[in-house]
Design a protein around this ligand. Structure first.
Ligand code: SF4
Length: 441
């Protein structure tokens, strides 16, 4: 069985083109002569294609003039044409000296890889463009600062069998592939993605060992498929894997973690949604970074997934100078809600080796949550978490709205900074801060 893409692109299920009408004249008494009532006959729309935004269309015409619309729409074409070399990058971008040096120095895992579609959203000239910074390396990537590690979350240590992390009692993380359609420079799994080898072969036999482990452990009720990106698998192996998992009686719930609907939206084909629909309950966590990712294409990919009954949540890594402003996040989260994606996790950036230029102080994350909570729709406020180095799991970090206690009252602070009391007879919440609360309230 081939694990790499091999399906044929499907015609999209939805069309953004509006149906137009064709005026037709008929004369019932003397056909072909007089003009009688105009009957509006709907024009049959041509087979719909994946929508394409104006910026992407101009980019495709300029840099991929030989690509047919069908090729541009074909996720396998996009995957094959990923921008991976210095020469290809130089053709599309005016690189800074630092970027050029960093690309030339690169060896091993986490290669450069950008789909033509995603490249179309990046600035040609500005090396500080948010999306460009997340995908084109710079020199800091080669500097290891204090506290950084190749596997900061201790996933290798918690692996029950290669590629299967069993850290929490009732759920597992199943790393099904080392391939992504694009490679994010801050990737938590930078040690293993984009370069198959070592204990992460992601072979069929590795899958089998992981499946056997899940079958044997009846306490596992939730399986999160990740990688790499599971949606870079071709339809056949993906369907095989999901079907095997679905057949395990104690597995109640499947999840897929993916960035594909954002960076390779045309992967969300009719055939893919047909497969996914059969696997319910299936949830999806989609990796978003910045509002400039919210294109027509992403509106379509998320609509197809949501229309297939898949609950969609987002996960976003907080990145210095890229998305660390309240207004940037608000714009992203409002855009996600409009696309039926619930902002779910905001991650403090993991301390992987060479990530110091991406990491913000923790108070930045708190500031963003404070700037959202109460100021906009509650659904638009994600959980801000730190994935504890060493394998402690996700720990929520929240602004403190509990000011203290005054007798039988809990003293609280609202989003505007005003204090309020809630009568809580017999309770203890806030007691350790009682005196300060009395003074403030
Ligand atoms: S898509 Fe996910 S797994 Fe792949 S490089 Fe980006 S963060 Fe890492």
């Amino acid at each position: 069985m081939k694990l790499l893409p091999q399906e044929t692109a499907e015609p999209p299920s939805r069309c953004e083109a509006t149906q137009t009408t064709l005026p037709l004249t008929l004369n019932i008494d003397a056909p072909g002569e007089a003009v009688l009532p105009r009957i509006e006959v709907p024009r049959i729309p041509s087979p719909p294609r994946f929508p394409i935004g104006a910026q992407t269309r101009a980019f495709a015409r300029k840099y991929f003039p030989d690509a047919t619309p069908a090729e541009w729409d074909d996720w396998r074409w996009q995957f094959r044409k990923r921008i991976r070399t210095l020469a290809e990058l130089e053709r599309l971008f005016i690189l800074s000296d630092e970027e050029r040096d960093a690309i030339q120095r690169h060896k091993g895992s986490l290669p450069v890889g950008i789909t033509p579609y995603y490249a179309s959203l990046m600035s040609r000239h500005d090396a500080d463009d948010p999306l460009r910074r997340t995908h084109i390396p710079v020199g800091t990537e080669y500097i290891q600062t204090l506290g950084e590690a190749d596997d900061p979350l201790g996933e290798d240590h918690d692996s029950a069998v290669p590629g299967l992390v069993h850290r929490y009692p009732d759920r597992v993380l199943f790393l099904v592939t080392g391939t992504c359609s694009t490679y994010c420079r801050y990737c938590t799994r930078s040690r293993m993605v984009g370069a198959v080898g070592g204990e992460y072969s992601f072979s069929k036999s590795q899958w089998e060992k992981a499946l056997q482990y899940i079958e044997a452990h009846t306490e596992i009720r939730d399986v999160l498929l990740s990688g790499g990106d599971p949606l870079t698998l071709a339809d056949e192996p993906l369907e095989y894997l999901l079907t095997r998992l679905r057949a395990i009686p104690h597995v109640e719930f499947l999840r897929i973690g993916t960035k594909v609907p954002v960076v390779l939206p045309m992967r969300v084909t009719k055939n893919l949604t047909r497969i996914l629909k059969k696997m319910h309950p299936l949830w999806m966590s989609i990796h978003f970074t910045h509002p400039s990712e919210l294109t027509k294409e992403v509106t379509e990919s998320t609509a197809r997934l949501a229309d297939s009954g898949i609950p969609l949540g987002s996960q976003t890594v907080l990145l210095k100078g890229i998305n660390d402003e309240v207004e940037t996040m608000k714009s992203l989260y409002h855009g996600l809600l409009k696309r039926r994606v619930k902002p779910y996790y905001l991650y403090q950036c993991d301390p992987i080796t060479g990530s110091s230029h991406f990491r913000t102080p923790v108070e930045k994350g708190l500031e963003i949550i404070e700037g959202l909570r109460g100021h906009t729709t509650g659904y638009a406020v994600p959980h801000y978490v730190i994935d504890a180095p060493g394998g402690g799991g996700k720990i929520p970090v929240v602004p403190d709205y509990l000011v203290g206690r005054d007798g039988e009252d809990v003293v609280l602070r609202n989003f505007e900074g005003k204090t309020y009391r809630y009568r809580d007879p017999g309770g203890k919440a806030g007691a350790s801060r009682g005196k300060a609360a009395k003074a403030k309230a």
